[in-house]
Design a protein around this ligand. Structure first.
Ligand SMILES: C[S@@+](CC[C@H](N)C(=O)[O-])C[C@H]1O[C@@H](n2cnc3c(N)ncnc32)[C@H](O)[C@@H]1O
Length: 270
């Protein structure tokens, strides 16, 4: 009979990945797995492991295989209906939470919420804020609703294209978004994890600035005076996004660098 150790060694996967798959399949924590490394496993668990290991060798992202990804210390469910949350997006949430410290009762809007990581993390970190989140994708929104419920976060959800999802008179103190910003011709779309993620979450189908432009221009009518807009963007888009913000009349326009030193988010105030 196969043991966790045998399966891991025969899988051809890095040991950590094999362990993560086994933890997921057996529903046990890492410590249990280490202590029971040589216990015989039931045949159904072995078959399930071999199936997931094959998918992993074919390049399927770990997050989709185990159905979860950690973000801001919270455990989010993810499926191929949503973008896999990226660690660099935590900068957008940290910036929002820092702004909310002095304005805890603000109305916050997250455009293109995907799995809900930004909206849910803000709602959990600033419980007095009123958080609304939108997405054009019904299946993504279902995932976000599920994550908000699992994590006990109070978020209102609305489906539709950018500001069209919202009541015409709705106004916000803070708008945040991590929109699709990869150019439709970018070769990375055919590489790595991106091959398995929803195309509509990655690219705007244009030059990468189309959705960012829509979000900036629409924010002018949706932000209250003194309100702020912050967006994540590509490593080479900071200058263009700052220009969009200045052209739209934003003040104090700035970009902030992520842990790799890349200008990752840009924003300004009205
Ligand atoms: C880059 S993903 C970000 C997901 C999530 N906020 C995150 O940071 O992990 C962009 C999201 O925008 C959504 N989206 C794409 N086009 C949209 C549109 N026209 N209106 C609203 N949301 C849209 C996608 O469905 C996707 O969930």
């Amino acid at each position: 009979m196969n043991t966790a150790r045998d399966l891991s060694a025969a899988s051809g996967l890095p040991r950590l990945e094999a362990r993560m798959l086994l933890e997921h399949i057996l529903g046990v924590p890492r410590a249990w797995l280490l202590a029971h490394d040589t216990d015989p496993l039931d045949p159904a668990a072995c078959r399930r492991f071999e199936h997931l290991a094959r998918l992993r060798r074919d390049g399927h992202p770990m997050a989709y295989l185990v159905g979860r990804r950690e973000f801001m210390g919270h455990d989010f469910a993810v499926t191929p209906d949503v973008l896999i949350p990226r660690p660099e997006t935590e900068l957008l949430v940290e910036t929002a939470l820092a702004w909310l410290v002095d304005r805890p009762e603000s109305a916050v809007l997250d455009l293109g919420t995907g799995s809900g990581v930004i909206a849910v993390s803000i709602a959990l970190g600033a419980p007095q804020a009123t958080v609304t989140a939108t997405d054009i994708s019904a299946t993504a929104l279902q995932m976000a609703v599920r994550n908000a419920a699992r994590l006990n976060a109070r978020v209102d959800f609305a489906q539709g294209s950018w500001y069209e999802a919202l009541p015409p008179r709705a106004r916000y103190d803070l708008i945040v978004s991590n929109p699709p910003y990869i150019s439709r011709d970018d070769e990375h779309l055919g590489q790595g994890d991106l091959r398995f993620e929803p195309r509509g979450a990655l690219t705007d189908g244009a030059n990468g600035l189309r959705d960012l432009t829509t979000i900036v221009n629409g924010a002018v009518d949706r932000l209250r005076s003194g309100g702020e807009l912050w967006m994540e963007h590509g490593w080479d888009q900071a200058q263009a996004v700052r220009q969009l913000l200045m052209d739209a009349g934003f003040k104090n326009v700035t970009s902030l660098r992520d842990l790799s030193g890349i200008e990752r988010i840009s924003g300004g105030s009205l």
